[in-house]
Design a protein around this ligand. Structure first.
Ligand code: GLN
Ligand code: ZN
Length: 764
């Protein structure tokens, strides 16, 4: 058998989110540590046994976690920040969770996005660490799989250089100097882990170095290369699979010469570049190509014919008699587990979906086809072709009105009628706002009651009328509260929404809300991204009724509140039969109608949130411009269909804006609000250096903690911003939406915010 299937990692959550509940029960002290460990083991073994049943030849072990794999790595190597204590033995559960979740006396470690995936890892702090191997968890899990299930697994370990580069020292991500200082201390511990694995009989280890895909400068390769040489020389009997994912290797020609026995490449999210490298430079005869051919962060069934052609192409490159591994392009951690529980889905859609288990089945089918010939699995190929044809030919993907609108796009221009200078005068005349107007970003607390009512309504225990009446009552209560606080531009509060995407998906065509499509976002937190499977069309108003109702209760302007196309795309699973940009434009055309309907209904200000703009940036800078251009285009499709005196706002969450400031300007929004208060003035200085002529609200207090900021503190934030931004341009708002806050602290903070504005305005 020259072709085998291999997996890189399996979802932790459990088909019914058993893992989430396990963690949370332990945190709530409903389980003892030994009960926790017993149940975690049951789940771990079930996940392994399932992969065995699905026919995976090389099964990953040690990819399981009690929270996050970067946290596991730092706990294993004793890289625990000293504020959590000093350890000379393996961490117990409480010590482990203290790092992730904080304690009364120690703040939790920072969490940040894992590459361009909506998964968040714990950021290691390498300030004063003294590495020591506290726990060879890889050995433990390797042995467990072997004894309990007879699985000779492939331990998965985060590579030393990626581990270091994903962490910070003195608040900064490690640069090459810092990496070269710390690597010699860490490497002997990796050697020990490898030696113990080899001794226990392990044949392979998968060492993940995902930061390699971001490396374009050959000088940066040295530490990776050095580490692999050291590991290989110290433990030559253990075969190394060097695994990369999420993009291509720019420095393929160099990396492919390193002393590893298998090289894992992403052949899905690589812009075709890895395949081009293979074609141009070939693949060495002394290594195994571990080909990531199945999409590891989307939910679509592969076209098996097409994938099989790719497999044959790869075989031709590596040599037909050479071993070849077929893999998902990245760990399946980032996709839901199985489509078996999507019992409500339209069968036409279901046939086109593949979650983790179905992807492993695809690999098994392709492996069989490669080894035994296509006739062995002809029936499966036929079924797959029929399923994909049914979905592609279905009415979901052939909406003639959407097609017609798309054809029109290139002939249209999407610009506001008049330039900003003209518009803003008209808007001022119409809105009568004071200097330094106050507002909020949209959502007010989603209290227990709000969530309970929604849950009851969803279960059918609360009628539509009663639910509507409740939502109205809550909006009315908050309109009154906002009036009492003295805010200038009000919002309806977003009580009808769980998040920023789901509600839009429910009102537009082409979206499917999964029943069980959970993926881990961070820790025990799962999200269920909607699946955009068909043409997106506007069939009914989405938010108009809520905004109009809120506006009917007050003389002050109420802001309409929408989510921009790019953010909807970034937080969904998007169909892959047409370019993403095309789907984005479909959404934009639909939202354009919503914006116009809001305007027609008398809404004078409309905010179109684009919080995901920066987090969705491609990993390689050379792909940024296309992405940003598309973001601007779809935002302008959405927002330019209004009159000059309708004010368009947008909102973005914290990020480093200096490098995308041109994009922010190009959006041509009349007012932008940006999360600021945790950025230590970086954002303010970015605007100072680059100039900005439109109106802007830089968040004047952090909404991520229940802490109520004092008037003086907010005042200081405002004064600081006014040093670089003209008071006539400046808005006063909190950093972000207030959905996750409690009511008392929200009211107290907003009261102080208005008072701070008043104090500053008096001195102007
Ligand atoms: N309008 C959204 C809300 O308030 C914006 C959320 C955000 O800040 N990301 O919830
Ligand atoms: Zn925000």
């Amino acid at each position: 058998m020259t072709v085998i299937s291999s997996n890189l990692g399996y979802p932790r959550l459990g088909e019914h989110r058993e893992w989430k509940h396990l963690l949370e029960h332990y945190w709530r002290q409903q389980l003892t540590a030994s009960e926790f460990h017993a149940q975690a083991k049951t789940l771990r073994l079930a996940n392994l046994a399932k992969q065995q049943r699905l026919g995976v030849d090389l099964i990953p072990v040690g990819d399981n976690s009690d929270y996050d794999h970067v946290l596991d790595t730092l706990a294993a190597f004793g890289a625990v920040p000293t504020r959590f204590g000093h350890f000379d033995h393996a961490l117990n559960l409480d010590n482990y969770y203290a790092i992730a979740r904080g304690t009364k006396t120690a703040v939790a470690a920072e969490m940040t996005k894992w590459f361009n995936i909506n998964y968040h890892y714990i950021v290691p702090e390498f300030d004063d660490v003294d590495f020591q191997l506290l726990d060879n968890r890889w050995l433990r899990y390797y042995q467990e799989a072997k004894t309990e299930l007879g699985i000779d697994g492939k331990p998965v370990i985060l590579g030393p250089v990626s581990f270091l580069k994903l962490g910070k020292r003195h608040g900064q991500y490690l640069d090459d100097v810092a990496v070269s200082e710390l690597l010699p201390k860490l490497l002997p511990l990796y050697v020990q882990v490898f030696a113990e694995l080899a001794q226990a009989g392990a044949k392979w280890v998968q060492i993940d170095e995902p930061t390699l895909v971001k490396t374009t400068d050959p000088a940066e390769l040295a530490p990776y290369h050095h580490a692999l040489i050291a590991l290989h020389e110290a433990v030559p009997t253990l075969n190394i699979e060097l695994q990369t994912y999420f993009d291509s290797l720019d420095l393929y020609d160099e990396i492919v010469t390193w002393p590893v026995q298998a090289l894992g490449l992403d052949l899905v999210h690589d812009h075709g570049e890895n395949l081009a490298h293979l074609q141009q430079s070939g693949f060495p005869a002394d290594k195994i190509l571990a080909a990531g051919i199945i999409d590891g962060h989307n939910v679509w069934a592969s076209d098996l014919q097409q994938k099989f052609a790719l497999v044959q192409q790869l075989q031709a490159i590596v040599g037909a008699d050479r071993p070849l591994w077929l893999q998902p392009a990245n760990s399946l951690l980032h996709v839901p587990i199985t489509t078996n529980n999507e019992t409500d889905a339209d069968p036409v859609l279901l046939g086109g979906l593949a979650f983790a288990d179905q992807k492993l089945q695809e690999l098994h089918t392709l492996t069989t086809a490669a080894n035994d010939g296509i006739s062995a699995i002809q029936a499966e190929f036929d079924r797959n072709a029929a399923n994909l044809a049914a979905l592609n030919q279905s009415s979901h993907r052939n909406n003639q009105a959407v097609r017609a609108a798309e054809v029109q796009l290139p002939q249209q221009t999407f610009e506001r009628q008049a330039p900003f200078a003209t518009r803003i005068k008209l808007q001022h005349d119409r809105l009568h706002l004071p200097l330094l107007p106050t507002t909020t970003i949209g959502s007010f607390p989603q209290s227990k009651l709000v969530r309970a009512k929604r849950a009851a309504w969803r279960k059918g225990n609360l009628s539509d009328t009663d639910y509507q009446a409740f939502l109205h009552a809550e909006t009315k209560r908050w309109i009154d509260l906002q009036n009492k606080l003295g805010l200038d531009v009000l919002v309806h509060g977003e009580f009808e929404r769980t998040d920023m995407v789901e509600y839009f998906g429910q009102k537009l065509t082409g979206f499917y809300a999964t029943q069980n499509g959970w993926v881990q976002s961070y820790g025990s937190r799962g999200v269920r991204p909607p699946v955009i499977f068909g043409d997106v069309a506007y069939t009914e108003p989405i938010t108009v009724a809520e905004s109009v109702y809120a506006q009917s209760l007050t003389a002050k302007p109420v802001k309409g509140m929408l989510t921009a196309p790019l953010t909807i795309i970034n937080w969904s699973f998007v169909r892959d039969d047409i370019p993403k940009a095309q789907v984005q434009n479909q959404i934009a055309l639909a939202l354009r109608q919503e914006v116009q309907n809001l305007e027609q209904a008398g809404i004078k200000i409309i905010q179109v949130d684009e919080p995901a703009l920066r987090e969705g940036l491609p990993l390689k800078q050379r792909h940024w411009q296309a992405y940003l251009d598309e973001a601007v285009y779809s935002f302008k499709i959405t927002t330019t269909g209004v009159k000059n005196d309708t004010q368009i706002h947008t909102h973005m969450c914290y990020s480093n804006f200096s490098d995308i400031i041109d994009t922010i300007k190009a959006l041509d929004a009349d007012v932008i609000s940006i999360e600021t208060s945790r950025s230590h003035g970086e954002i303010i200085s970015a605007f100072e250096q680059n100039g900005y002529d439109k109106e802007i609200g830089l968040g004047v207090y952090d909404i991520h903690s229940p802490r109520v900021p004092s008037v003086a503190e907010i005042q200081a934030n405002i004064t600081r911003a006014l040093r670089v931004i003209d008071a006539r341009q400046f808005w006063i708002n909190p950093d972000c939406g207030l959905k996750t806050r409690q009511e008392p602290e929200t009211l107290a903070a907003l009261k102080n915010m208005v008072a701070a504005r008043d104090a500053v305005a008096q001195q102007l």
